[in-house]
Write a protein that binds this ligand. Structure first.
Ligand SMILES: Nc1ncnc2c1ncn2[C@@H]1O[C@H](COP(=O)(O)OP(=O)(O)OP(=O)(O)O)[C@@H](O)[C@H]1O
Length: 322
């Protein structure tokens, strides 16, 4: 099997989600949601807990019935069960038979997806190579670390060479080295032509890996685009200035920070602002915070990242014109 079987169709839409509405009783979780992912694209689906990422994935995989809207994979409606064959899903929970070897696990998953014995042999060789699992195929998976178990999970999901690979939080519980190796595996698969949908809370991961990202909030994905483009659009080249305080500020300290343009982050001791901050402002502010019992521990200036954008969007959402 060629790792590059899709290369000729690069750019073609693999996943098209059109005006998708999903409700659970009175809860309207997805509202007229639009999404398109092309071949060789890695799309990062970001959003706070409970935003509906897993619900969207389940709807794409035909496991949640939408109230309205259409989902097509390689141009075919996902209401047709055959279409689901074009999807490979790596769920959030590791789902393996722990007492079996990696090869035996893949053999079971291959049989479940309808591959014959000889197809399975070929498919396992291809998937193990693609996930760099070859050297440990004959070992039992219960001795594997989180990163290696994930590789087996990904290999199981791609045995049938899906056009769309969906990964739900693939690097939770995985150490940094293993995470980087999983990134390489995902990059190679997308370079071979798969469209990849990656749901993640890990904004560094999304920035490093995704050609496009989208923020799922209020039932829609908006904004979406290349990470750098979205960041530049929001911050127009401004730097992010971050103050870390030794103690959370009281009301007067918070007022002083707000007056100087600083906003709180998720952590009560970290306050950020965008754009130029004049030295005198910082000196005056530091002295004031010290006198109010919340001295500055550290000042950092950096390029805004996706995490800054996430915070920015959350602030706007919480703002008065919501
Ligand atoms: N089967 C269901 N019945 C009722 N409500 C549901 C069901 N599945 C999900 N929900 C609700 O829909 C909302 C979206 O949940 P979902 O799990 O899709 O969010 P998420 O973005 O994946 O969150 P997380 O990042 O925490 O996994 C939540 O409020 C959840 O409680």
């Amino acid at each position: 099997m060629s790792a590059n079987r899709f290369a000729a169709d690069r750019g073609e839409a693999v996943l098209e989600v059109d005006r998708l509405d999903v409700r659970f009783g009175k809860r309207h979780v997805l509202r007229h949601l639009e999404l398109e992912i092309g071949r060789s694209e890695v799309f990062g689906l970001l959003g706070p807990n409970g935003a509906g990422k897993t619900t969207l994935i389940r709807a794409i995989c035909g496991r949640v019935r939408p109230a309205s809207g259409d989902i097509r994979i390689v141009g075919q409606s996902n209401r047709d069960r055959h279409t689901l064959h074009h999807i490979g899903l790596v769920p959030q929970e590791i789902a393996l038979y722990m007492h079996l070897t990696a090869r035996e696990n893949l053999d079971v998953f291959g049989a479940l997806s309808g591959l014959s014995r000889s197809e399975r042999r070929q498919a396992i060789a291809w998937a193990a190579h693609a996930t760099r699992l070859d050297e440990r195929l004959e070992e039992r998976v219960d001795i594997f670390s989180g990163g290696w178990k994930r590789r087996v999970n990904i290999a199981a999901a791609i045995l049938h060479q899906p056009d769309l690979l969906i990964l739900d939080e693939p690097t939770v519980g995985v150490d940094v080295d293993a995470r980087n190796e999983l990134h390489e595996v995902i990059r190679d698969l997308s370079a071979g032509g798969m469209a990849v949908l990656l749901a993640t809370h890990d904004l560094d991961q999304a920035e490093a890996l995704c050609s496009r990202v989208g923020f799922l909030r209020g039932g829609v994905i908006g904004p979406q685009g290349a990470p750098r483009h979205l960041i530049d659009l929001a911050f127009q080249g401004g730097k992010e200035v971050m103050l870390e305080l030794r103690r959370p500020p009281e009301a007067e300290g918070r007022a002083a920070l707000a007056e100087a343009g600083f906003m709180p982050s998720h952590n009560t001791t970290i306050w950020t602002t965008l754009g130029m901050v004049i030295d005198e402002t910082l000196t005056g502010l530091s002295a004031r915070l010290e006198s109010l019992g919340s001295p500055v521990r550290e000042i950092r200036v950096r390029e805004p990242g996706l995490d800054s954008l996430f915070l920015h969007l959350a602030r706007n959402e919480a703002g008065p014109d919501r």
